[in-house]
Write a protein that binds this ligand. Structure first.
Ligand SMILES: O=C(O)C1=C[C@@H](OP(=O)(O)O)[C@@H](O)[C@H](O)C1
Ligand SMILES: C=C(OP(=O)(O)O)C(=O)O
Length: 410
């Protein structure tokens, strides 16, 4: 996709679909416990794949690139008594680890085996009744493993006590799971390194539906914060509530502190306005730990490069095992837009900014967030985004919305 050097239209309103993370949790819970009437469900491909899997009778379930779907379905199928499935995904999914989740489920008594490489999908899962109710799991690889266990916890006879080992990564995603479980009536607590999910007292699905309106996706909103920060123009977004279940809503604070983008909430249609301060003094350097919000790290690095603000971002150890090795992908592509960056296993630090060449072409590595986070750089220069269709994984209408909000510079 060729993005000609553009400017932002003043005061446009963009409607973003429901949070992918919330939607995927609700779909599993709907299937297991309650008739949840889900409104503003994410229209992301990952959510559609999970929904299709849950409705499918097939013995082979292919969830392509959808990490949360892969992880959540592993526990879900482990307790579907009398059913055997092969759960597989894209070539990249076969490189994304799942061992600690499988180990934990096997400790609980689940029947799961690896069909190709030990520790990675595809998996063969034969659903069984699980009797045990305590389990340990390393918490520093992916919070999705823990959420996966939490989502089935209340379905087990005695509930589930999960002991977290090591430092907890992506913590707000676990808090999101706990809050969602509570809203559908599943009691739980998190004390020290123990998460306890109480058993659900209802054996049958309730006949009456519980309505749940999914707030819009804050990770998707991050690209508009980047556009507002670079252009210094106002953007309006819908449907965002002031108090969010999503950890990535911290983008409000981050973009206020480092880029002077103010977020104003208006009650009507849960609209927020991103208002950049005109006389904001940019910091000399951005120093930030993003372990709580790994999905918006790419957005921040591109904004900082566009504004030539040095950055030192830490806490990024999970980026290596996402849709691609995001640290390496960032280092390579930031260079094309004028930033020399150094990476370690968990950090990225800018070393130097320089004037980039013409004819910039950004590779996207099968990663939706590479495409969306680099797109705002067209406010600075012409650029091409390779394989633009990758955005569908989380934000199907991204390019239509992007075209609506930008126009060619005169
Ligand atoms: O639970 C979730 O919905 C997610 C958790 C995070 O993964 P990790 O815990 O693997 O960092 C995040 O990156 C992912 O996009 C969604
Ligand atoms: C990491 C992501 O997704 P997943 O792990 O669910 O594939 C993401 O959406 O950035």
């Amino acid at each position: 996709m060729f993005l000609e050097h553009s400017q932002l239209k003043e005061n446009t309103t963009i409607e973003i679909s429901g949070s992918k993370s919330i939607s995927n949790r609700l779909l599993i819970l709907h299937q297991l416990f309650e008739n949840i009437l889900i409104e503003n469900l994410s229209n992301s491909q990952d959510t559609q794949l999970l929904q299709a899997a849950l409705q499918s009778d097939s013995q082979i379930i292919d969830i392509h690139h959808a990490g949360t779907a892969m992880r959540f379905l592993t526990s879900y199928y482990a307790i579907q008594e009398g059913k055997t499935v092969i759960l597989t995904g894209s070539e990249r999914m076969k490189q994304r680890p799942i061992k600690f989740l499988v180990d934990a489920l096997q400790d609980l008594g689940a029947e799961i085996s690896y069909l190709e490489n030990e520790g990675f999908p595809p998996l063969k899962i034969t659903g069984k009744k699980i009797i045990k109710s305590t389990v340990r799991i390393p918490a520093n690889i992916s919070s999705q493993f823990i959420t996966s266990l939490m989502l089935i916890g209340a379905k087990l006879e005695n509930g589930l006590q999960i002991k977290l080992e090591g430092t907890v990564t992506s913590k707000p995603y676990l808090e999101m799971t706990l809050k969602i479980l509570r809203t559908v009536g599943i009691n739980n607590y998190w004390e020290g390194n123990v998460i306890k999910i109480q058993p659900n007292i209802h054996t049958e699905k309730q006949s009456q539906s519980i309505p749940f309106v999914v707030e819009s996706d804050w990770s998707s909103a991050s690209y508009y914060y980047s556009l507002a920060a670079i252009s210094r123009k106002t953007i309006n977004l819908k449907w965002f509530k002031p108090y969010s279940l999503q950890g990535d809503s911290v983008i409000k604070e981050i973009y206020w502190k480092f880029f002077g983008v103010n977020t104003i909430s208006e009650g009507a249609e849960s609209r927020i306005s991103l208002l950049p301060e005109h006389y904001f003094q940019f910091p000399e350097k951005i120093v930030l730990n993003m372990n709580d919000c790994p999905d918006i790290a790419q957005t921040l690095c591109v904004t900082a490069t566009a504004l030539k603000i040095p950055f030192e971002i830490t806490g990024l150890e999970t980026l290596k095992i996402k849709e691609t090795d995001r640290l390496l992908a960032l280092k390579n592509e930031l260079f094309k837009i004028g930033c020399i960056a150094e990476i370690t296993d968990n950090s990225i630090v800018s070393q130097k900014f320089f004037e980039p060449n013409e004819n910039i072409s950004i590779a996207t590595y099968n990663d939706h967030r590479m495409a969306m986070s680099f797109a705002p750089f067209c406010l600075i220069k012409n650029l091409t985004i390779e394989n633009p269709e990758v955005v569908e994984k989380s934000y199907t209408s991204f390019w239509q919305d992007f075209a609506q909000i930008t126009e060619k510079t005169n």
